[in-house]
Write a protein that binds this ligand. Structure first.
Ligand SMILES: Nc1nc2c(c(=O)[nH]1)N[C@H]1C(S)=C(S)[C@@H](COP(=O)(O)O)O[C@H]1N2
Ligand SMILES: [Mo]
Length: 516
């Protein structure tokens, strides 16, 4: 063997590198075109079948609980945008890899691209709200990408094009990317133009309540700048759910079915629901993922019909102890049946702060149950109530390691001051909550001083949070402020720190402020 046989010549290295580059470019171009055509097809067929969203949704459902908790902790309510960016990056890397593979071992690159399309199609078909044709957009994406990949790297094309060939290759690749991007833009424009459910929603006039909520007393608000308003405007209300694409449910097709361990199965349509005497109530929703000091909490005026009345019609059997509510997109929540049959305002809500529910908060109908974290009670886009037993069925998050029951824990939060405060700052203020139990007091400690009673605003009810404040004479320097609440039943908020999983965070909120 002579040395020249094992060592690559400089020309070989250059050719090898060019193959790598042309392969990557062709792979990316093919996949961008496929993805764009897939999104356009989805926009025409049904938004729920978008290849991107299907793969993203499948990842949300398959991801281990810790990954989701980390995503919520890192990105908060932007967790979905972060996921989509992540998928796009991974897809581009896979695309480049498939292109190189096609260059050196055809047809394996095309096979990889087809497999990705197949994965999207399977993901789309396994969604709870999938239709007969949900696989089509991903199939279009996979087939288009593999045909284009074949064309750009076809066997008779020079493996490492130069001169005229190279310019041709780059022109075809660039054109392919441009067509893909245009298709994606066209798809999203089409989708924006056909938001028919938004039209249904904005044309809707909800009936006047049969039971009007008592007016919020002026003393519910302490009028401190920077303090969370007593009622959270819809636009500022936190949003947490597993839906990458907000389900688009028309009132015309909506119905709720109550079945399972009942004597009488009950189905109610939208018109039947609206004809019932609807009741208004203020309830503060809280997410179990809320960290101490976190903002996954909001208070609204809800309009709806008591679930207890509908359950009465269905007549649950006496051994049932849970209601598994299900949304159109397959989310489920396990609610203890007593929370839906006792006298609290557990409702099928249609209105939020005087408007129909916003789409992302569950239009047209969601559940609201005072006293329980959202994951076991607040099902949005709800379509089914299955009366069952904790021993026989589990909710979406229960299956992923969270507690099967989720009563909201006693908590309090400091809203003012946060970060820096000017010398002369004169108030410490925040909110406290223990829904369906009620808060009787809040104490504040500055540095290592004595605990001081804060002024408590008038709570709207035991089902809502309450504002609190304490006058403060801020001297310059760093100060640490803590707060702790006491509930109506005498419980004092524990200093023991617990993370959100598996049944809600505990501990005292503590902020350090620089007074300058
Ligand atoms: N369909 C559906 N409903 C859902 C969820 C979901 O993922 N899907 N998430 C629940 C959780 S965990 C919470 S905290 C509340 C949040 O309601 P919001 O987004 O209106 O604030 O909705 C609940 N309802
Ligand atoms: Mo939640």
């Amino acid at each position: 063997m002579t040395p020249t046989e094992v060592r690559s010549s400089p020309a070989d290295v250059r050719t090898g590198r060019r193959r790598l580059v042309t392969g990557s470019i062709a792979g990316v171009a093919a996949v961008v075109l496929g993805a764009g055509l897939g999104e356009l097809t989805a926009a025409i067929l049904s938004p729920g079948s978008s290849p991107f969203a299907s793969i993203g949704s499948a990842m949300i459902d398959l991801a281990p609980a810790w990954a989701k908790d980390t995503a919520i902790a890192l990105f908060g309510t932007n967790d979905k945008a972060a996921l989509l960016v992540g998928i796009a990056i991974v897809l581009l890397v896979v695309a480049a890899g498939a292109g190189v593979l096609e260059r050196v071992r055809p047809p394996w690159g095309r096979a990889v691209v087809l497999l990705v399309g197949l994965a999207g199609a399977i993901a789309a078909m396994t969604r709870a709200d999938s239709g007969l044709l949900s696989w089509v957009p991903s199939a279009v994406a996979g087939v288009a990408a593999s045909v284009v990949l074949w064309f750009l790297l076809r066997p008779d094309a020079p493996p490492a094009p130069q001169g005229e060939d190279r310019r041709n290759f780059l022109a075809w690749s660039g054109g392919t990317i441009a067509v893909g991007v245009l298709a994606a833009i066209g798809g999203s424009a089409l989708r924006a133009g056909t938001r028919s459910v938004e039209a249904v929603r904005s044309a809707l006039r909800l009936p006047a309540p049969a039971v009007v909520a008592p007016a919020v007393p002026a003393s519910a608000s302490l009028n401190v700048e920077g303090l969370s308003p007593v009622i959270t405007p819809n636009a500022d209300f936190y949003r947490i759910d597993t839906a990458l694409i907000v389900p688009q449910l028309d009132t015309a097709g909506w119905s709720l079915r109550i079945y399972g361990m009942v004597e009488q199965e009950v189905t109610i349509t939208w018109d039947e629901l609206l004809a019932l005497p609807l009741e208004e109530s203020y309830t503060t929703l809280t997410c179990v993922s809320n960290e101490v000091g976190g903002d996954l909490i909001g208070n609204a005026l809800w309009l709806g019909y008591p679930i207890r009345e509908l359950l009465k019609r269905a007549a649950p059997t006496s051994d049932a102890d849970m209601v598994l509510s299900r949304s159109s997109d397959g989310f489920t929540a396990s609610t203890p049946i007593e929370a839906l049959t006792d006298d609290r305002n557990a409702i099928l809500a249609v209105g939020m702060n005087g408007e129909p529910l916003p789409a992302e908060h569950g239009f047209p109908v969601r559940m609201v149950v005072p006293g329980l974290y959202g994951y076991v009670s607040a099902t949005k886009w709800v379509t089914e109530l299955q009366v069952t037993r904790f021993a026989d069925a589990r909710g979406y998050w229960t299956d992923r390691g969270w507690s099967d029951r989720g009563p909201i824990k006693l908590e309090s939060r400091i809203d003012v001051p946060r970060g820096n405060a000017p010398v002369g700052a004169s108030v410490i203020a925040g909110v406290a909550w223990h829904q369906h139990v009620g808060v009787s007091g809040v104490e504040v400690q500055v540095d290592d001083g004595a605990w001081q009673q804060a002024t408590l605003a008038t709570a709207i009810s035991d089902d809502t949070w309450v504002q609190w404040s304490l006058p403060w004479d801020a001297s310059s320097g760093a100060h640490t402020i803590r707060c702790r609440a006491t509930s109506v039943d005498g419980e004092v908020q524990t200093p023991d720190q617990a993370p959100p999983a598996p049944d809600g965070a505990t501990g005292w909120d503590e902020v350090t402020v620089q007074v300058i």
